[in-house]
Write a new protein. Sequence first.
Length: 103
Amino acid sequence: MTVARITMVEYMSEQVADEFEDEYKIVCPKALPEANAHILIRTGPSSGMSVAIYKDEETAERLLEARQRMLDGFPNVFKDHWHMQGEVSLHYVNSLTKNAKRG
């Protein structure tokens, strides 16, 4: 069963959020290469959400320690963060969008 881990964050400031996003785009794929997908969403000037999709719960659980090490590498970035996870019941990717990017 495919599993998604959703993380909600409140950054120290908008500037900190901007800087974090730039670094996260580089660090995250290297720290969690076994994830099927990573999505980072800015929900407000100083808040955000990330969604990571894993092939199964075992992989998601095994990568929790690597995830924590990655987040520990960003001191003074988060006022608060928490996560939850669950089974993915729909993972739709629009094939028209995928094909348009290739052409």
